[in-house]
Design a protein around this ligand. Structure first.
Ligand SMILES: Nc1ncnc2c1ncn2[C@@H]1O[C@H](COP(=O)(O)OP(=O)(O)O)[C@@H](O)[C@H]1O
Ligand SMILES: [Mg+2]
Length: 367
């Protein structure tokens, strides 16, 4: 039996998703575990976590060796627990006896640097690292409207929109789904505010793109790409995320709502519709290939794509630990497929690992 471990920072994180996977595991010949990286005993190399009991449909506390195949669902923040788990996960990734379903991606800037020298370059908003207020002010002078985002951010957290206005510089952000605006009429105040922001985290700056619908709501296309049972990339589904009127974010965690892609695209002017769909299809085939050429293997990807009114398509964000909410809400019939996908792919890599080990054992038998 393949031993499959779901790793997260909390034992009950993504409970529904994890339970759906676990309840299907046995039918694929897979034993399912869940644990927190910091619960590995460095001396015994045993993990304290949960083992799924298929007969009783429940998790039992247990101690077990680190499972052979790991599904990394750790979402890090700036807290101590995250800082404790990051080096453990990176140590696990370097352990040749353990295989990760996907090995994750580096931060937004590192991804940008790789994509910017690939055929995907024309689809990327120009991104620059910024650490000084003057750098931000220069970009503002050039573009008038810019976006500042943390290079390690997710869920729309810590993203700022800055705009040159007559009365000064407007800074907009969204906190817990609420819009917060500041108007800086005195340059030194803006510089001080930027200074304190930029010393807290690493940021990148991008020109602001008008990615809004006809009701002035920001929206984007969220696509879920995954590997199938043969390890081939496929698109599971795409949906539209729409944020609040006059807002800057379309993330669901920032209060956005999900809708089917079809319903949106069918309302687009037919000539533009064909162009957008062709561009999207082409991009979505290229993205995983370009990423896996430069980084480690992946199992899934959440792709955020912005579309302007004139049909220009922009790659905004690539997530190696995507959520499933947009797809489940807009295409609920995909539920079964989504819950078995990690198991089918685990089975594929599990049997490849077993074959490799068998070959190695046979080769080394006589030595
Ligand atoms: N350059 C940009 N211009 C306009 N809107 C943007 C820009 N970059 C991001 N956004 C909006 O902000 C959202 C979050 O940005 P993203 O880069 O995906 O960061 P996160 O990792 O926090 O999701 C996007 O989904 C989009 O709605
Ligand atoms: Mg995003």
């Amino acid at each position: 039996m393949i031993k499959f471990g779901i790793m997260a920072l909390h034992l009950n994180s993504e409970n529904k998703y994890v339970n759906e996977i676990a309840s299907r595991a046995a039918s694929f010949g897979i034993e399912c575990f869940r644990f927190i990286p910091s619960q590995i005993n460095p001396v015994t190399m045993l993990v304290t976590g949960h083992r799924y009991d298929t007969e009783r449909s429940r998790w039992n506390a247990a101690e077990f060796p680190i499972p052979d195949i790991l599904y990394d669902r750790c979402f890090y923040g700036d807290d101590r627990h995250s800082k404790q788990c990051i080096p453990i996960v990176s140590w696990l990734k370097n352990n040749p006896d353990i295989t990760f379903l996907g090995y994750g991606l580096p931060n937004k800037l590192e991804i940008y640097e790789v994509l910017a020298s690939s055929p995907l370059a024309p689809y990327l908003p120009a991104s620059k690292p910024v650490s000084l207020p003057e750098e931000v002010l220069n970009e503002l002078k050039r573009h008038r409207k810019i976006i500042l985002k943390p290079v390690n951010g997710s869920g729309g957290n810590g993203i700022y929109y800055l705009e040159v206005q007559k009365e000064g510089i407007l800074a907009k952000t969204e906190k817990q789904g609420n819009q917060v605006n500041y108007l800086f009429s005195i340059k030194s105040k803006l510089s001080r505010w930027l200074e304190s922001l930029l010393t807290k985290k690493k940021f990148l700056v991008q020109p602001y793109l008008q990615l809004t619908d006809d009701q002035d709501r920001p929206f984007d296309v969220r696509v879920l790409l995954q590997k199938d049972a043969n390890g081939h990339w496929l698109e599971r589904g795409r949906g539209i995320r729409t944020g609040k009127k006059d807002g800057i974010l379309s993330n669901l965690s920032a209060g956005g709502v999900a809708a089917p892609f079809r319903a949106w695209v069918d309302k687009v002017d037919p000539s533009l519709k064909n162009f957008i769909c062709e561009e999207l299809d082409e991009l979505l085939v290229k993205i995983p290939a370009v990423l896996e050429d430069s980084f480690m293997p992946l199992f899934e990807l959440g792709v955020d794509i912005g579309i302007t009114k004139d049909g220009a398509v922009w790659i905004l964000d690539l997530n190696s630990k995507p959520g499933r909410k947009v797809i489940l809400q807009s295409l609920p019939h995909l539920q079964e497929e989504l819950f078995s996908a990690p198991l089918l792919y685990a089975k594929k890599i599990g049997s490849a690992v077993q074959k490799e080990r068998k070959r190695y054992n046979e080769k080394t038998l006589s030595n």
